[in-house]
Design a protein around this ligand. Structure first.
Ligand code: NAP
Length: 249
């Protein structure tokens, strides 16, 4: 099995890469930071192929997929994991550049990778696209505005892909996690403020990247006639609260 993982330099993507390699797959590990990818590749010589790639660059995505080494060229599993949240400001105060970056990465980047890799899967009559969504795509929260909307896009695009791929043998799964620690997610969201990022997970046990890797590995390992449409998972310490109500004095 050959997998192509985006956002493989840290967090979920790095854990998914290592897990799939341990499962016996060859893995194309892609992200912007080549130095981090090189370390993972060095631990898995011949099995993990590092690929420096910005998923927002449509031409670069097409070129990268078209020029993979022969032993990594026939992709069975695409894990669209690259993504980010930027900022937690209310919509009325948010930075438009942050919104652009989220849309360009979480939505457009995912589309470019999917569109470049799908034709080969369809031609071979097999394949699996695993998209990393988020509970933020289903449950609103203050400041989640465009991040949550981008993950709702990932959810619905995944469902629509299933319709388009009807009869092709290609599977589609959307994995939608809640709070997960030991990644750069909150540090990136808060512009590098590690203290603020650490506070998000203080006093609770979040999911870890290994939990997400386990989920992806499981969905991918099921028999070819089984399609897991959506997996929503959360730490036990995270749950739901009532609607907020604004009352006038
Ligand atoms: N952590 C959570 O609580 C949580 C919960 C639900 C969903 N998610 C989702 O899970 C995915 C992974 O997040 P994470 O928690 O593992 O965060 P992370 O540690 O920040 O990892 C994000 C990855 O995306 C890559 N990336 C960002 N922009 C990119 C671009 N333009 N082109 C290529 N790669 C890019 C980063 O690599 P480079 O910087 O090297 O490019 C990095 O490898 C994201 O889609 C996120 O929205 C996270």
């Amino acid at each position: 099995m050959t997998a192509f993982v985006t956002g493989a330099s840290t967090g979920f993507g790095a854990a998914i890469t290592r897990r799939l390699a341990a499962d016996g797959a060859r893995v194309v590990a892609s992200a912007r930071r080549a130095d981090l990818l090189a370390k993972t590749a060095a631990d898995h010589p011949g099995t993990v192929h590092p690929l420096e790639l910005d998923v927002r660059d449509r031409a670069a995505v097409e070129r990268a997929v078209a020029t993979l080494p022969a032993e990594f060229a026939e992709i069975d599993l695409l894990v669209n994991n690259a993504g980010l949240a930027r900022g937690l400001e209310r919509a009325q105060d948010a930075d438009l550049d942050d919104w652009d970056q989220m849309l360009d990465t979480n939505c457009r980047g995912l589309l470019y990778c999917t569109r470049a890799i799908l034709p080969g899967m369809v031609a071979r009559g097999r394949g699996h696209v695993v998209n990393v969504g988020s509970v933020a795509g289903t449950y609103p929260y203050p400041g989640g505005n465009v991040y949550g909307a981008s993950k709702a896009f990932v959810h619905q695009f995944s469902q629509n892909l299933r319709s388009d791929l009807h009869g092709t043998g290609v599977r589609v799964t959307c994995v939608e996690p809640g709070m997960c620690g030991d990644t750069e997610f909150s540090t990136v969201r808060f512009g590098g403020d590690r203290e603020r990022a650490r506070a998000v997970y203080s006093g609770m046990r979040p999911l870890g990247p290994a939990d997400i890797a386990e989920t992806v590995s499981w969905a991918a390992s099921l028999p070819a006639h089984v399609n897991i449409n959506v997996i929503e998972l959360m730490p036990v310490a995270q749950s739901f609260a009532p609607f907020q109500v604004h009352r006038t004095p």
